[in-house]
Design a protein around this ligand. Structure first.
Ligand code: GLN
Length: 502
């Protein structure tokens, strides 16, 4: 059995008990990556063994002398490639950043390092986190470890696939409209999108700044709580960072949902929801009821407006955020050009992929004079109404329960040809970002094709502990299912790595 099939907390315990060294754990991760990457393609960059071993030695020393005492000290971790790591390639899976080595490290990664975790590499994603399948990456698509003919979801598909394939025990993702929860659901792992402001966005390359949050991906709720505890911090470098006194998330890992009020929005179970997904989610609700939770159906409302509002706001913010990639200071610059404006134009035309361009155009359009009020301002109003609808719901319920996604993972290639239907797949995740709420997705079954289904639990702002408790209690009713080893041998799909470089 590989050390990578342990959870992060289990591995941390073994390291603490001196049954495993930090170097052995890191080597096991690198070996797993080496053995599986050709099929999974979950990573864009894997750190070289020498630097990983050097870091492992430093951490080991600090564990031995009692400086590092946390539960995740010595545990390998992967980081999504839109999170800056000093001197280590950070591409956002885009050709435009194919050579970008940041001069600083994101605060969330600084926190990982402070906790003694060992970063192994940077994970694949949809270009600039725009997408739901990890197929828009300029570095080839990631495969779903449960079936390599299917997508892992997105945009944090690399992080979720790397955890499901047991290349690393845990990883960081980012979630702007579901990008941690949806791929967690598709890959049969657990992921949390924290309350907006809980994890510093300093060093997270912005997509939709008012929606983006970094969060943990791991095999179980315990790991996610421990990892969230590590990365959550107040940071004056992020103006939206919130000072919280309640960051001891592992305290919430209690198997008790007696009298916990769980609201089930009828709007999340209507048209478009796959029958097998529906059955699995309602089965999970029943399991919580059997443990003493009180279930009640209700109408959340406004659900159908969430997708248009989200795509207007996210694209508007993206069009502004991505204006900085112009070929001047870093990243891709076109080889031949005629003057400054032509250089900008050609660098951006050649550097960005088509999904990113579509969103920049849409965002620029909704912000342009004459359309600003009709689209952008209206979308902001819808956002406030969605927040209000959740506020009212959370007056009655501790937790809201529903699916993370309307279907299980689609086949590779099925989604890109129809972007609108891909956007519609975000229906259950995006309102959470618009309202700034925390949400978790955890496995709750499989469909008849053997693909995982994810249960989503939502809480009011700053109520991560309630969803952690409910998720932990539910998790006690079923065993973790490891992705089948069969895919490792599948005669399939080693994808072409690397973008054409200048
Ligand atoms: N699928 C959504 C989008 O494409 C969400 C992405 C995300 O959360 N980063 O915008």
């Amino acid at each position: 059995m590989s050390l990578m099939s342990l959870t992060a907390v289990e591995l941390g315990k073994k390291i603490k008990a001196k049954e495993v060294t930090v170097a052995e754990a890191a080597k096991a991760a690198l070996a797993a990556v080496k053995a599986k990457e050709e099929k999974v393609n979950g990573f864009i960059t894997v750190l070289d063994e020498e630097s990983v071993m050097k870091r492992a030695q430093e951490v080991q020393k600090q564990i031995d002398d009692g400086t590092l005492t946390g539960p995740l000290a010595g545990v390998p971790v992967a980081v999504k490639d839109n999170i800056c790591t000093k001197d280590v390639l950070t591409t956002c899976a885009s050709k435009i950043l194919y050579n970008f080595k940041p001069t600083y490290t994101a605060e969330a990664v600084v926190n990982l390092e402070k906790a003694g975790m060992v970063v192994i590499g940077k994970t694949n994603m949809d270009e600039f986190a725009m997408g739901s399948t990890t197929e828009t990456s300029a570095f080839g698509e990631t495969k779903n470890p449960w079936n390599p003919e299917h997508v892992p979801g997105g945009s944090s598909g690399g992080s979720c696939a790397a955890v499901a394939a047991e290349e690393v025990p845990c990883a960081l993702g980012s979630d702007t409209g579901g990008s941690i929860r949806q791929p967690s659901s598709f890959c049969g792992v657990t992921g949390i999108k924290p309350t907006y402001g809980t994890v510093s966005r300093y060093g997270l390359i912005a997509y939709g700044s008012s929606l983006d949050q970094i969060g943990p991906v791991a095999k179980d709720v315990t790991d996610c709580a421990a990892l969230l505890e590590v990365i959550a911090s107040y940071d004056s470098k992020d103006s939206t960072s919130v000072k919280r006194e309640d960051l001891n998330f592992t305290e919430a890992l209690v198997d008790d949902v007696k009298r916990l009020k769980i609201g089930i929005p009828r709007d999340y179970f209507g048209e478009g929801l796959n029958e097998e997904v529906k059955e699995a989610i309602l089965g999970a609700a029943k399991a919580l009821e059997a443990k003493g939770a009180i279930l009640e159906e209700f109408d959340l409302g406004l659900v159908k407006y969430a997708i248009p509002a989200y795509y207007v706001i996210a694209c508007a913010e993206a069009s502004s955020n991505l204006a900085r990639f112009d070929g001047v200071k870093y990243g891709y610059r076109t080889a031949e050009y005629d003057g400054l404006h032509n250089m900008y134009k050609k660098s951006r035309s050649e550097g960005f992929g088509s999904e990113v361009k579509r969103r920049i155009m849409l965002g620029s359009f909704v912000l342009s004079s004459g359309y600003y009020d009709a689209y952008y301002l209206k979308a902001l109003r819808v956002k406030s109404l969605i927040k209000k609808a959740f506020d009212e719901a959370f007056e009655k319920y501790d937790v809201i329960l529903g699916p993370a996604a309307p279907t299980t993972a689609p086949k590779l290639g099925e989604s890109l040809s129809d972007p609108i239907s891909m956007y519609l797949g975000d229906i259950y995740t995006i309102s959470v970002n618009l309202a700034g709420l925390p949400g978790i997705s955890l496995p709750c079954g499989k469909d008849s094709a053997g693909l995982p289904i994810g249960l989503q639990l939502l809480g009011d702002c700053f109520q991560e502990k309630k969803i952690l408790r409910a998720a932990y209690s539910y998790e006690q009713t079923r065993a973790y299912e490891h992705a089948p080893a069969a895919w490792e041998k599948a005669a399939c799909c080693g994808s072409e790595k690397g973008v054409e470089q200048k």
